[in-house]
Design a protein around this ligand. Structure first.
Ligand code: SF4
Length: 495
């Protein structure tokens, strides 16, 4: 959600006339879009702000803005701790950033503006998308659940759903710009439609995405086991462009812990969904999130989590040590688990999950997989000469291409290739060897055209372009700013 919000912030600023700073140059404006879900978000923010202080002191015209969840939580505390910050804005008023920067400059005074409710749905704002071939599309913001460990509802508010026609219009517009893959985004996609009086809306949305010509891959995140219904499994299985992938947070395999987390499903229900998904979509890669050491977690509770991990055969898991978030009910609970015990359990869980992921990935060896080539997924690609991309089931694949496709520039980010898996590692697949097919795509064309434009701009010492990671690289082929989707547009899929 934050990554997508950052795309909106970049789009807003560029629409207001700002250009990304060249690599190595001192920027005139620095924006931090913060997250409060991970531990130490505040330490990292204040550390970064402290690091910028000397630069700001030497360049008083420079502006620093802080937005996102931590800003929504800390508000003016940010100015108390870092008085050299110019603008503080929250999760509900991203659209105000250009105005607040302008006002801070004009009044020579810091501006703090936090809204209590969503003012403008972020999807109506311009965006600088990080990729040509793949895009996030919000279907809802906020969350109506009350998981006791989670700070999200208090910072992002209750769930607000977008109308299906608006979502589909945005998807169609992205596909028209060359996107092949979209990820539908919501804190709980399975409750999508409830606020519209249409509880089956998510399954229908998936099926409607299946009617969009040129849309090759549909993903979504995150589902909630409590609200996950069989009509969604049927829609996933029967809609060819919905990818065989499911990321469904487990959090704990112990019913007692789930109860204290206020996650109102139980392990049997979770495993039942996994089983039905596997029945309907045999090659689905299922991944999850797990928290270790929630208050009161006993060795028996933890053993239940390990059992579910074994039974579910997750292809991967994001595992976290529990750490209290001030302001959440769990932060007030008794029964804190000794940090040494948490670490020991975490290691046991991580090593079991690695074993499971590795076994699942080794089982892929010899399979022919379709890969959407991407840029920036393989950190060592420039050293190893490999390409990287994602298989339809979301697995990361690295390839050392041999034969005629090996020439530089033949296979471009955004193109679709097929190769045979030669090795399974715990966190990725390798598919070295000749390609079985290569399809040049509109996304690849768009990447190439943007790279040429970037190279020309670079040779004229014009502004360079932001990479997905936020660094700057000349001619890396980044997409242009696209407009937001303020109104309903009816296309074939919407109808
Ligand atoms: S479902 Fe629970 S964990 Fe997820 S955003 Fe909502 S409250 Fe947080």
């Amino acid at each position: 959600m934050n990554v997508h919000d950052s795309e909106r912030l970049a789009g807003l600023l560029e629409s207001a006339g700002y250009v990304p700073a060249a690599q190595g140059a001192d920027a005139d404006v620095v924006v931090f879009n913060t997250c409060a879900v991970r531990e130490n978000a505040d330490n990292r923010l204040y550390g970064n702000l402290g690091h910028l202080y000397p630069t700001k002191k030497n360049n008083p015209g420079m502006q620093i803005a802080v937005g996102g969840c931590l800003a929504q939580k800390d508000r003016s505390v940010i100015l108390d701790r870092a008085p050299w910050v110019d603008v503080v804005f929250g999760t509900h008023n991203l659209h105000r950033l250009p105005v607040l920067l302008e006002r801070a400059r004009h009044n020579a005074a810091a501006q703090v503006e936090i809204a209590e409710a969503l003012e403008v749905f972020p999807s109506s704002l311009p965006a600088r998308r990080a990729s040509h071939h793949s895009a996030w599309v919000s279907i809802s913001v906020g969350c109506d659940n009350t998981c006791t460990f989670c700070i999200v509802p208090s910072l992002r508010g209750g769930e607000r759903d977008r109308r299906p026609g608006d979502v589909l219009a945005e998807v169609e517009a992205l596909v028209a710009e060359g996107a092949l893959e979209i990820t539908l985004l919501g804190q709980n996609v399975n409750s999508y439609g409830r606020s519209l009086g249409d509880p089956g809306a998510f399954a229908r949305l998936l099926r409607a995405c299946g009617n969009i010509e040129g849309l090759e891959r549909v993903r979504f995140t995150s589902p909630h086991p409590r609200d996950f219904t069989d009509d969604v499994i049927e829609a996933m299985a029967q809609t060819p462009n919905v990818c065989p992938q499911l990321h469904m947070p487990l959090q704990s395999g112990s019913d007692a812990v789930l109860r204290r987390m206020r996650r109102s499903y139980r392990r049997e229900r979770f495993l039942g969904i996994v089983e039905r998904v596997r029945e309907a979509i045999p090659h689905a890669a299922i991944t999850t999130d797990i928290i270790v050491g929630f208050p009161g977690e006993t060795e028996e509770d933890f053993a239940d989590t390990l059992d579910v991990v074994r039974a579910a055969r997750f292809a991967g898991a994001f595992t976290f040590k529990y750490s209290p978030r001030p302001g959440t009910p769990a932060a007030e609970m008794d029964g804190a688990v000794d940090p040494a015990v948490v670490s020991e359990r975490y290691e046991r869980l991580a090593s079991l999950q690695d074993e499971m992921s590795w076994a699942e990935n080794r089982a892929q060896v010899g399979r022919r997989v379709e890969i959407l080539v991407s840029e920036g997924e393989g950190r060592k690609d420039s050293e190893t000469g490999r390409l990287s991309g994602r298989a339809r089931d979301g697995r990361l694949v690295h390839l050392l291409v041999t034969g005629p496709h090996a020439q530089d520039g033949v296979v471009r980010p955004g193109d679709v290739i097929e190769a045979v898996v030669t090795r399974g590692a715990p966190h990725h697949l390798t598919a070295d060897g000749p390609l079985h097919s290569h399809r040049r795509t509109t996304a690849g064309d768009a990447w190439e055209a943007a790279r040429s434009r970037g190279s020309e701009a670079g040779s004229e010492a014009g502004p360079e372009v932001l990479s997905p990671a936020g660094s700057v690289s000349p001619g890396s082929g980044q997409p242009a700013v696209s407009l937001g989707m303020p109104t309903l547009r009816t296309g074939p899929a919407a109808r």
